[in-house]
Design a protein around this ligand. Structure first.
Ligand code: NAD
Length: 255
């Protein structure tokens, strides 16, 4: 039986079984938060949560963010367990790198359902809980592919561009209620996702186009996410922070 601490902030991270999501969980734990780790991959989630077995600050729950019933039920379980939610990081995402001509409708819907519907559903379920405690912070993990277009990212880039606009809509709607909403647009980060979709040509182009000349690390994304959830960012609302080694500033097109 775990006994959560009702005075510590509670942060919910989706897609937390690995990659940027897991790095964000580690950032929150290192900075005095309690965390709820959500992921569709129950096996990988259990593996990731093993590290925190017996740690009363950590709750790991399998959840498909694109499933409205699962999302409602999961957020209710988090509230029942911790009694509050202070931050939500909509990080769960999938990538299909194809042209418009080769993307099937099923692939398009899969990407939209995870990357966009997931953030909509999780935010909708979390906001009433945050409001009971006076407000909070939402961070949507977008991408530089949501800021810049390219031939291979018709579904992925469009989902992330829509997520950036959803961020602004949420910031306007919830700002008056004490909930700040911002987005992070990461550049390329060496994760399982990048291994799956970054071809040699894409990698070469990133190395050429990024002023810092390298991929980012998961920890570099996590610390920017964490910052947006702290009182240090108390006047930051509706913004998109590119954490991309200067890629967007350089203004060079994606391959
Ligand atoms: P990853 O594939 O390593 O991790 C994503 C996690 O999300 C996985 O654990 C997966 O099981 C989970 N997930 C997928 N669908 C889900 C669903 N329906 N419900 C719940 N969980 C689900 O990827 P990553 O690179 O760590 O990416 C994290 C986020 O960062 C994504 O939104 C991604 O689009 C974004 N991003 C990544 C990069 C990069 O280069 N890696 C760049 C820009 C943006």
């Amino acid at each position: 039986m775990t006994i959560p601490n009702s005075s510590l902030p509670v942060s919910v991270v989706t897609g937390a079984a690995r990659g940027i999501g897991l790095a964000t969980i580690r950032w929150f734990l290192a900075h005095g938060h309690q965390v709820a780790m959500l992921d569709i991959n129950a096996e990988e989630l259990t593996k990731a949560a093993l590290e925190y077995q017996g740690d009363e600050r950590v709750l790991a729950l399998p959840c498909d963010v694109s499933n409205p019933e699962q999302v409602q039920e999961t957020m209710a379980r988090i509230e029942a367990h911790f009694g509050r939610i202070d931050a939500l990081v909509n990080n769960a995402g999938v990538a299909v790198f194809k042209t418009l001509g080769t993307t099937s409708f099923e692939e398009w819907r899969y990407v939209m359902a995870t990357n966009l519907d997931g953030a909509f559903l999780c935010s909708q379920a979390c906001v009433p809980v945050m409001l009971k405690n006076g407000g909070g912070s939402i961070v949507n993990i977008a991408s530089i592919s949501g800021l810049r277009a390219s031939t291979l990212r018709v579904a992925y880039g469009t989902s992330k561009a829509a997520l950036i606009h959803l961020t602004r809509q949420q910031a306007v709607e919830f700002g008056t209620m004490g909930i700040r909403v911002n987005a992070i647009a990461p550049g390329p980060v060496e994760t399982e996702m990048a291994k799956q979709v970054h071809s040699a040509a894409i990698r070469a182009d990133y190395y050429d186009s990024i002023p810092l000349g390298r991929y980012g690390t998961m920890e570099e994304i996590a610390s920017a996410v964490g910052f947006l959830c702290t009182p240090d960012a108390s006047y930051v609302n509706g913004q998109v922070l590119a954490v991309d080694g200067g890629f967007d500033a350089a203004g060079v097109g994606l391959p």
